[in-house]
Design a protein around this ligand. Structure first.
Ligand SMILES: [Zn+2]
Length: 264
């Protein structure tokens, strides 16, 4: 992609991040993401368009509501910038061909929708321990729809969704049998199904392995630091998000390399 196209992609990422902020606040609470329009949570003043410009409005207003001066969380511009950065990363790592090539455009669109969902799921899980159904269900549908016209192909996508859901359901059932408690919520099951639908089944194993490993290390780290016990609940969706993002950008190269080492 040209520097101009990358710039456009970054700005689109900031705007999508602004919409994700709305989803992150409203979906776990079961509020519509369409109505009512954005308001200050403190004084309920409706936000004008000039108060809704990603990052810039927050900087301009010095992180305070225009009407009541109540502080506005720095989380908003951070999520906007993070989404912009993720979009840029996808643009930079997109394999060769120009963006006008339909196959490349579809691949980029698929990656952008996927990573937007991952950002929203990461934050909702971190803040509320919830992975809202509207996000995961939409994601499963979108992943399968993209596979009709692009990678990983319909069969790979359907098998990926099925493998993703069933492997976590099995782990969950085994844990319940052994310990009598739910090791994870059904949100994680739906989320791994979504990841499988977008990336295909070989990625499901890579994502699961990577996220479990990181999750275990973080859990042990927190226990050693005295910030929790080995039984502490961890937002597994956060680790799934990061692993899926890495896998969507570099996973194919890693899988090809691994398969290559096997066939030599
Ligand atoms: Zn206010």
């Amino acid at each position: 992609m040209t520097p101009f196209e990358l710039g456009v992609l970054f700005v689109v990422g900031l705007m999508v991040g602004s919409f994700l902020n709305v989803c992150i606040v409203r979906l776990p609470a079961g509020i519509s993401i369409v109505t009512p329009p954005s308001r200050c949570p403190k004084c309920a003043t409706r936000l004008a368009w000039r108060d809704n410009i990603p990052v810039l409005s927050w900087l301009w207003l010095k992180g305070k509501c225009r009407a009541c001066r109540a502080p506005i969380s720095g989380r908003y511009p951070i999520i906007e910038l993070a989404t912009g950065a993720v979009f840029l990363l996808h643009g930079v790592t997109l394999p060769g061909a120009p963006i006008a090539d339909p196959a490349v455009a579809v691949q980029l669109a698929s990656r952008l929708v996927f990573s937007s969902l991952l950002v929203a799921l990461l934050v909702t899980d971190l803040e509320t321990f919830r992975l809202p159904n509207p996000l995961t269900y939409f994601g499963i549908g979108a992943g399968i729809a993209f596979s009709l016209i692009g990678s990983p192909g319909l069969a790979q996508s359907l098998i990926g969704a099925a493998v993703g859901a069933s492997v976590l359901l099995l782990i969950r059932a085994a844990w319940k049998l052994a310990r009598g408690v739910d090791a994870m919520g059904l949100g994680d099951v739906k989320m791994l199904a979504m990841i499988g639908a977008f990336l295909g089944w070989p990625h499901v194993w890579a994502v699961l392995l990577c996220s479990s490993l990181v999750g275990a290390l973080v859990g042990i780290g927190l226990a050693i630091a005295g910030r929790g016990t080995m039984q502490s609940k961890l937002p597994f969706g956060v680790f799934l998000s990061v692993a899926a993002l890495v896998s969507s950008v570099w996973g194919q190269r890693l899988i090809d390399w691994y398969m290559g080492t096997l066939s030599i």
